[in-house]
Write a new protein. Structure first.
Length: 362
């Protein structure tokens, strides 16, 4: 059986994973789906990331079953890695592509229906810099219809008309240093969040004391260290922020909860923390350990929150737990998470390896 499974995987990789594409008849009851990218995921320092399938997949929110492969990058370029995914419109996704071989990075428009239908949406070599250190890691929508893209050493903003939004001649968030920014926060910006009021939060995964989460208290991006109005350090010196999700408060305007996943090669240092965010004053405070169980979460690589159901989805990207997707409910009073199932919401498969990005969309 092991030999048969290995042979099947080789056939998938040789002829394109679409040849092994799973199908289900039942649709998500809400009409929404979980879209995931299997690319080069960051799982924390010292942990080993799984080898990705290099696909974009659609997961049924009712069953956790993969409905289809909407894009298989094995059929495009052997070095392309889909890093992140956001919804563009009812018919299309935008997918951020990393290519560490050529460093020719881009954003593709991919059909939600699948069938490997895509076109290049953006290939600007200034925004998506063609140098090895500018690894693209994450992409989120901004309230004005643009995009905020983490490229490890900075975060670029792209307007809804595909223009580069700069601070002077620099990227939107460029090498912040000093004060609460930290002393070297421009080596591994692992995740970014765009708040509803157009301010921003970034996570940095450099060595202590720069493994921290920072609030950029400006709608115009980072220009001086005073723009870093607040920051929280990682709970331990050897743990690193890998993914973030933001939950606006339903009871207090302009406030919310920031969920941060931390991973480490040190035992018992993989957990999710909840922080209080005041969007107006630009503060992050009140760290609470929301969840810790290294038999469930280890080497978390991506998170997304479904506002329609109040569910949080967390992906394990390291080899430690074989890459399942977990589902949690969030209690705003205790600021903790509860696991919904006794097994992963979406179990281990070729398509859930090294999940680098997730989003909820139709």
């Amino acid at each position: 059986m092991k030999n048969f499974a290995a042979a099947t995987m080789m056939l998938c990789l040789c002829f394109g994973l679409g040849a092994c594409e799973p199908k289900v008849e039942e649709s998500s009851s809400s009409g929404l789906h979980l879209y995931i990218t299997s690319g080069t995921c960051y799982v924390g320092s010292g942990l080993t990331a799984e080898t990705p399938s290099r696909t974009v997949n659609k997961i049924n929110l009712s069953t956790g079953v993969i409905e289809e492969i909407v894009m298989d990058y094995n059929t495009v370029n052997s070095a392309d890695r889909p890093q992140s995914v956001v919804s563009y419109d009812d018919q299309n996704l935008l997918v951020l592509i990393e290519n560490s071989t050529s460093n020719l990075r881009r954003i593709d428009m991919v059909k939600k229906k699948g069938d490997n239908q895509f076109s290049t949406w953006l290939s600007d070599s200034t925004i998506l810099t063609t140098t090895a250190t500018n690894i693209v890691r994450g992409m989120v929508r901004t309230p004005d219809g643009g995009l905020l893209i983490s490229k490890s050493v900075a975060a670029e903003k792209v307007s809804s008309s595909k223009g580069r939004v700069t601070v002077g001649a620099n990227p939107f968030i460029n090498a912040p240093a000093g004060g609460t920014c930290g002393t070297a926060n421009n080596t591994l910006i692992s995740a970014v969040v765009a708040l509803p009021n157009s301010k921003y939060i970034f996570a940095h995964a450099s060595a202590n004391p720069n493994n921290r989460v920072v609030f950029v208290n400006s709608t115009s991006g980072y220009s001086t260290n005073a723009d870093c109005s607040s920051a929280v350090s990682a709970p331990a010196t050897t743990t690193f922020p890998t993914a973030m999700a933001y939950i606006p408060s339903t009871t207090a305007p302009s406030t919310g909860y920031l969920l941060v996943a931390y991973s480490s090669n040190t035992a018992n240092q993989d957990y999710i923390y909840t922080y209080d965010v005041n969007e107006t004053s630009g503060t992050i405070s009140g760290g609470t350990k929301a969840y810790e169980n290294t038999s469930v979460l280890r080497g978390m690589s991506a998170m997304t929150y479904d506002a329609s159901t109040g569910l949080l989805f967390v992906a394990n990207g390291s080899t430690a737990l074989a890459n399942g997707i977990e589902q949690f409910t969030f209690d705003a009073t205790s600021k903790t998470l509860s696991r919904v199932h006794t097994v992963p919401f979406s179990g281990t498969s070729l398509y859930t390896k090294c999940i680098s990005g997730m989003t909820i969309a139709n």
